[in-house]
Design a protein around this ligand. Structure first.
Ligand code: CA
Length: 322
């Protein structure tokens, strides 16, 4: 039963792969300089190499600039990629990206930064991401677990409430909004009385230095009052920890389980994080992208399931404490 591809080899695998048969995946990344996204990029490269089919990646760094990313999409389309993996810089501008993919008749797999459902459906694409609320829920649970284990260690002033602040990624970013909301909601769900001390979520754009500067100001103003710090990502949590500078042992929570974040948990500086599994994300993107490039259904022959929302595959998070 030799395949009709010539060459006479029945060994299959890499020997059977021919350059002309390679799948071309165009990958638009919102910003290389993002720790979590770096793990996703590495995983995409790893799983593309291991795939049953030969995959050629053309990966582009949007550098956080939507107009730059629009140009990169034009270039990938002109190169004739077979499918697109799109990590939109600005999810509000995803319609333009979807329209271009649709016009070029190239399947689009959006990932990580979630466009509106209508946008994804308009180009018959799919979204691969997480459930935005899940990371926040897990942060709230970690604080509630700590409080239940030792109330006095958390509620230092003994007023029966948890004085807290939140560091937020970007206003309007669905992940940032959901993490900010659900961390507190879940703690309340577990019976904690949460008090933001009149301090609205502090926007630090996912960045360590911005979080540190703001945390230093908070330490001057409210350092003795703060009993918990929720951060939408580890990079900001590390900034908050630097800003606290050992002057408080209020638990700080992050999201991402970056290498630096995991070190901070091991050394006891960070109370917990939530792992957004970059490796699992990259693996899913390669499997789904390869299917799309071959004209198959996105999740055909994979272990992935369409989420209840009907337009996405959701990769689960996991909480991590010391
Ligand atoms: Ca208190």
């Amino acid at each position: 039963l030799l395949a009709g591809c010539g060459g006479g080899s029945d060994e299959g695998g890499k020997d059977a792969k021919k350059d002309g048969d390679a799948i071309k995946l165009g990958v638009l990344v919102y910003k290389y300089d993002d720790t979590y996204i770096s793990t996703v990029r590495s995983a995409i490269e790893k799983y593309a190499k291991e795939a049953d089919v030969e995959i050629k990646l053309d990966m582009q760094d949007g550098q956080g600039d939507q107009s730059k990313q629009n140009d990169q999409l034009d270039v990938l389309i002109s190169k004739g990629v077979d499918a697109l993996l799109i990590n939109a810089v600005d999810t509000g501008s995803a319609q333009g990206l979807a329209d271009k993919a649709k016009a070029a008749d190239i399947p689009a797999v959006f990932f990580n930064r979630e466009p509106a459902k209508e946008v994804v459906e308009a180009c018959e694409g799919i979204f691969v991401g997480t459930t935005a609320s899940e990371a926040g829920v897990m942060q709230g649970d970690m604080l509630a677990d700590m409080y239940e284990a030792d109330k006095e260690a958390i509620d230092k002033n003994g007023d029966g409430k948890i004085q807290y602040i939140v560091f937020k990624g970007e206003p309007g970013n669905p992940e940032a909004e959901a993490r900010t909301e659900y961390a507190v909601k879940q703690a309340e769900e577990r019976g904690l009385v949460m008090d933001n001390m009149g301090i609205e979520p502090l926007v630090a754009n996912w960045m360590t230095d911005q979080a540190q500067t703001q945390m230093e100001a908070q330490m001057s103003a409210n350092g003795d009052k703060i009993e918990a710090v929720f951060c939408n990502n580890d990079d900001m949590a590390l900034g908050a920890i630097a800003g606290i500078n050992g002057k408080s042992d209020a638990p700080v929570f992050g999201v991402d389980a970056t290498e630096a974040g995991m070190e901070a948990i091991k050394s006891g500086k960070m109370a917990g994080t939530v792992k957004q599994d970059g490796d699992a994300m990259g693996k899913a993107l390669v499997a789904i992208g390869a299917n799309a490039a071959q004209g198959k259904d996105f999740i055909e022959g994979t272990d992935y399931e369409m989420a209840e929302d009907g337009f996405s595959v959701r990769i689960p998070y996991a909480p991590i404490t010391k």
